[in-house]
Design a protein around this ligand. Structure first.
Ligand code: OOB
Length: 549
């Protein structure tokens, strides 16, 4: 196992192998098997419908890319930042790196200087793969800046037009060469944590664990050769990548179609054109789709059979409208990049599907719901969800101190989510203990934003809390105490300040409240619950609209 990772204990690994969860097959080899089984069937389609790539073609493309990366000096264990929009390139690059034993580090397209620099340093990446431009933003310029600080990032591959002496991804493929196969128990790639600490942590996912996750979820969802999956969310998220997502669809011989944005005006024509059967979305996207469908859009969505919804709480009133309005079956998904996934099942009664987040996908998932003393609470009572299992990490990469807090001595991951279990074993998410704002499906670390806010000369102290929003579920409210003798900082000023510090746009506060002091808890910590309640009250019109910038 890669240095800096925490393996499962040997006896546990042996158990997972014996039970057939871990089958010793690398993701790179699995693609070879799928190519043999599904041949010239279409595997991947881009948003425009102009690139339609067959299974065998994809397999060969990955071999050629792997050979080209190897010829340029990339090899087993090397870390490679991959920041690509939803395109077939993303799949080919990742599987080429899997074959090489090099490790993709998944970067969201929204990440900017601040996040990329951190990820290069933490992962020790020596190469990255980026688009030329995406949504009007030039990623080549961004990488040039990052490299100015971190020359260890030696190689830059650009999907599209290269610049600054970077290599075009299209120039990489070379004649396939024999490559030593990585070990299936080793790390295949890194997902990013939803951020309880200031900056994202790296989640190592092994070939064995991810192959299992995608296989079991594809089975539960009944994917087969007729499945047409629409990747609506950025594929760097665990949810569209492998729950069952793109990989599960490939395993089943189906076809994965890539949407450029989740906008209904973009996705609905795609669903009609490709006869999409299956997709996954966050509640915010569901809002947009419902509104568009209720207005009448003229597109034929009748092929769409199942819509998975997860990543943030789906309220039962919204859940109820999904089936009748979009003509689909709803599947609620609770999950995390760290591992554990719970799904409602197709044969669950409507009440369960509308009001719970389902039950674990694997019989080997272990769950504990505990109180502040780490003791299990009674069924039906709310507590923090702890979990371990065959596809849940045992430790973040290179984070021994954080791992000591984030895991119990016996290897359970502390999710930071407050849940209760129904008598039938379904999870209902009730809240969270972690200091995170879930803005749409994006997880924003309060600590990170606070750190940057207090770097502004007008801010003495900052406390970032969620505030309710009808579409995004939550938005970001920053309470600030102005520095002595300084004016109360206004929202546009603080947003510009954070942007100039290289923060991704989705982390910028939506509202600022200037106050003289913060309420404190009995333990003398800032009482964020009280602050969140205060802004919620104001938004509900219960309090005066003072101090908002
Ligand atoms: C997914 O993964 P992450 O890593 O971006 O975020 C995980 C966190 C969870 O700990 C929980 O706080 C929240 O997102 N969450 C939900 C939820 N699903 C995730 N909160 C309420 N209701 C839900 N259904 O978000 C993710 C990964 C794989 C599949 C689906 C979602």
């Amino acid at each position: 196992m890669l240095d800096g990772c925490v393996p499962w204990p040997d006896e546990v690994s042996a158990r997972y192998r014996e039970a057939g969860y871990w089958r010793g097959e690398t993701l790179g080899r699995l693609l070879r098997r799928w190519a043999q089984a599904y041949g010239d069937r279409t595997a991947l389609v881009d948003a425009e419908g102009t690139r339609r790539i067959g299974y065998r073609e994809l397999d060969l493309w990955c071999d050629r890319l792997a050979a080209g990366f190897a010829a340029r000096g990339l090899g087993p264990g090397d870390r490679v930042l991959v920041q690509l929009p939803n395109t077939p390139d993303f799949v080919a690059v990742c599987f080429a790196l899997f074959r090489l034993g090099a490790l993709p580090v998944f970067c969201l397209p929204a990440y900017r200087d601040n996040e990329l620099r951190h990820l290069v340093e933490l992962s020790g990446a020596t190469a990255c793969v980026v688009p030329d431009t995406h949504n009007g933003f030039d990623h080549r310029d961004l990488v040039r800046t990052v490299r100015g600080h971190l020359p260890a990032l030696r190689q830059v591959f650009v999907a599209g037009e290269p610049a600054h002496g970077f290599t075009a991804l299209a120039d990489v493929p070379a004649d396939p060469v024999a490559l030593p196969e990585p070990d299936a128990s080793d790390v295949a790639f890194f997902l990013l944590s939803g951020g309880t600490t200031a900056l994202p942590k790296l989640i190592p996912r092994t070939h064995d664990d991810y192959a299992y996750q995608t296989r079991i979820t594809a089975k539960i969802c009944g994917l087969d050769e007729n499945t047409v999956y629409l990747a609506v969310l950025p594929v760097e998220f665990n949810f569209p990548w492998g729950c069952p997502g793109v990989i599960g669809t490939l395993a089943a011989g189906g076809r994965a179609v890539f949407a450029r944005t989740p906008e209904p005006l973009h996705c609905f024509p795609l669903i009609e054109r490709e006869r999409v059967t299956f997709s996954s979305a966050i509640p915010t996207v569901v809002h947009l789709w419902l509104a568009a469908a209720e207005e009448g859009h003229g597109h034929d969505l009748s092929s769409l059979d199942v819509l998975q919804v997860g990543s943030a709480k789906l309220h039962p009133e919204v859940a109820e409208r999904i089936g009748p309005t979009l003509g689909v079956r709803l599947q609620q998904v609770f999950g995390m990049a760290e591992g554990l996934l719970t799904f409602t099942r197709y044969d669950d009664d409507p009440e369960t599907v509308l009001t719970t987040q389902g039950r674990p996908v694997s019989p080997a998932d272990e769950i504990r719901v505990v109180g502040p003393d780490d003791r299990e609470v009674a069924v039906g009572e709310t507590g923090e969800l702890l979990t371990r299992g065959p596809y849940t990490l045992r430790g973040y990469y290179r984070a021994p101190e954080h791992n000591a807090r984030a895991f119990t001595a016996d290897g359970f991951y502390r999710s930071g989510d407050l849940v209760r279990l129904t008598p039938a074993g379904e999870i209902v998410v009730e809240g969270r203990v972690k200091d995170v704002v879930v803005r749409g499906g994006d997880k924003v670390s309060a600590t990170e934003v606070e750190g940057h806010l207090t770097a502004h000369p007008d801010v003495q102290q900052a406390a970032v809390v969620p505030m309710p929003d009808p579409v995004l579920g939550e938005k970001i409210c920053a309470y600030v105490i102005p520095a002595p003798g300084r004016p109360a900082p206004r929202l546009p000023v603080l947003r510009a300040h954070l942007r100039s510090r290289g923060l991704a746009a989705y982390k910028l506060p939506d509202r600022v409240e200037a106050v003289g002091s913060f309420p404190l808890t009995g333990l003398n910590k800032v009482d964020k619950k009280a602050l969140a309640a205060r802004v919620a009250e104001r938004l509900a019109g219960a309090g005066p609209e003072r101090g908002a910038a």
